[in-house]
Design a protein around this ligand. Structure first.
Ligand SMILES: C[S@@+](CC[C@H](N)C(=O)[O-])C[C@H]1O[C@@H](n2cnc3c(N)ncnc32)[C@H](O)[C@@H]1O
Length: 293
């Protein structure tokens, strides 16, 4: 704990903002709130001399801010957690920082499940679980399902397990390390739904990403071959062996890949009701399909 005044915090904040005029000032405020516990929303009612108890000295936030500026490290990694839907998830450079647009995949899955009570049961797979965001949100929204969460990264799975434990979901999610559906051989023909936000960035575009992403987030969470479709192609081809009849295939993809992903599914006999879905910015970002054995 550290004691200071509002005036000291606001003077310090203005100085730190000037050190990095190109970085959105909300990122510094986020660190002040999330790491030091500064209640910035109360600022307008505070007098300059009012005292404030901080969780850590401002010097510690200054160190983090320097890492943000010099190393271009995302603030979520510096704080060690990220907000996502109504969750607060532990993150580290071993996992992708869960993105706001991915929140919609949960709404799409819930909407599908509401058409029939039977869909709200059984085994649902989250392939490439990362921080566990999708697995945890699905388990919370659908209390009768069991989620099978897979990732190739053991470090990511350790973080995902911690996150699930924090929400009391350890007995609702089973964890598997391995490639996509390979660890789920025991569930062939039984999956109610396969949900995934796989890597989908073409190799050339990965190289051109901003340093916050390219130099800090795991490459295997982002890049997926020359056309960005390697993982999605594999998931389209492998899923039919694992889905039960009328099961759901639902994946996120990059903006601009919608036609290619729907074509991948349409080329495989048995997929029907192939649909594109938009994110809140109006871009096609998800494809769903029903599998008929
Ligand atoms: C785009 S991230 C998604 C993470 C998380 N689901 C989310 O939405 O924030 C893709 C994830 O797929 C995992 N992954 C990459 N290749 C994989 C493979 N062959 N099998 C299983 N998981 C894989 C990565 O480790 C990463 O966690």
């Amino acid at each position: 704990m550290a004691t200071t005044t509002w005036q000291a915090v606001l003077t310090w904040r203005s100085h730190q903002q000037q050190l990095a005029p190109d970085i959105d000032r909300q990122e510094l405020d986020w660190l002040l709130r999330e790491v030091a516990g500064v209640p910035l929303e109360r600022q307008r009612w505070a007098a300059p001399g009012d005292r404030l108890e901080l969780r850590c000295p401002l010097a510690a936030i200054a160190d983090l801010w320097q890492q943000r500026i010099r190393q271009r490290c995302p603030v979520q990694y510096l704080a060690g957690h990220a907000p996502w839907r109504d969750l607060e998830l532990q993150v580290s450079p071993a996992v992708l920082i869960p993105r706001p647009e991915t929140e919609l995949i949960i709404d799409l899955a819930i909407a599908w499940s509401q058409a029939e009570p039977a869909r709200q049961t059984g085994f649902w797979a989250d392939l490439g679980t990362g921080s566990g965001a999708i697995a945890i949100a699905l388990a919370r929204a659908l209390p009768q399902i069991t989620v099978l969460a897979v990732d190739v990264s053991a470090e990511a799975l350790a973080i995902a397990r911690n996150n699930a434990a924090r929400y009391g979901l350890s007995d609702r999610i089973r964890w598997y390390q391995g490639s996509w559906l390979v660890p789920l051989a025991d569930y062939r023909g039984q999956l109610q739904a396969i949900i995934s936000n796989p890597p989908y960035i073409p190799t050339q575009e990965w190289q051109a990403l901003e340093p916050e992403v390219r130099d800090h987030e795991p490459r295997q969470a982002l890049e997926s071959g020359p056309d960005g479709l390697e993982a999605l192609r594999h998931l389209a081809q492998a899923a039919p062996d694992y889905l039960r009849s009328l099961g759901l295939w639902l994946c996120e993809h990059m903006a601009g890949q919608s036609t290619a992903v729907t074509a991948l599914l349409a080329a495989i006999p048995g997929y029907s009701e192939i649909q594109s879905h938009r994110d809140l910015a109006g871009r096609d970002r998800f494809v769903s399909a029903s599998w008929s054995a």
